[in-house]
Design a protein around this ligand. Structure first.
Ligand code: TPP
Length: 191
């Protein structure tokens, strides 16, 4: 399989991130975002599998002047597939979803997900009404993804084919209440 290095992709997307709001799906996508730099405007999930896109949608609708990026895994995305239809119905222009598709449930032992058997998540997103949705297989395309995340008219969806490597765990803070308060304060100020 022609596939990218997930940590390089995430680092390229989060470098000089400015005011970007980031929701990271549980497991490896959250570790990838942490490697790129733990940040108060990143909300890494420790559970809630299938919910990353819906949290991103809520943020995008609540804060239309901000850009919102959801970084998640193919397993997490498959569990919350209906959320693509809800995003397609709402069409937030400021939301981008990047699925790091290793075709595996990495955290639980690298079992194959449906994308290993051909499920085309980008086609699902397109059918749900996303403004643009594509599969990314080449490093040269990552700069297009970055431009779209920061400036493109959403909702946008990128299914990035990544290698199924088991990489070192780099964990964000573990306390969910702390993560929520930290994110909220960074976004809204002390209340
Ligand atoms: C409802 C629910 N089912 C199962 C799990 C166990 N679980 C945690 S992470 C994970 C796999 C995530 O796979 P994916 O989103 O593809 O990310 P990857 O680590 O492969 O990049 C699973 C099955 C869970 N946390 N919650």
């Amino acid at each position: 399989m022609n596939a990218l290095n997930r940590r390089e992709v995430v680092a390229a997307l989060l470098e000089r991130r400015g005011e970007l709001l980031v929701v990271a799906g549980l497991g490896a996508p959250a570790w990838d975002c942490t490697v790129a730099g733990d940040h108060p405007l990143t909300f890494p999930l420790w559970g809630a599998m299938g919910s990353a896109c819906m949290i991103g949608l809520g943020l995008a609708l609540a804060k239309p002047a901000r850009r919102v990026l959801v970084v998640t895994g193919d397993g997490e995305m498959l569990m919350g597939l209906g959320s693509l239809a809800t995003i397609g119905a709402q069409r937030p222009g400021n939301l981008a979803v990047v699925v790091l598709d290793n075709e595996r449930y990495g955290e639980t032992g690298m079992q194959k997900t449906h994308t290993a058997y051909g499920t085309d998540l980008a086609a699902v997103a397109r059918a749900c009404g996303f403004a643009a949705a594509r599969i990314i297989r080449r490093n040269a395309e990552v700069s297009d993804v970055r431009s779209a995340v920061y400036r493109g008219k959403g909702p946008l969806f990128f299914q990035v084919k990544v290698k199924a490597d088991a990489l070192p765990l780099v964990l964000p803070p573990r306390d969910g209440a702390h993560l929520k308060h930290r994110f909220r304060e960074a976004l809204l100020g002390a209340q």
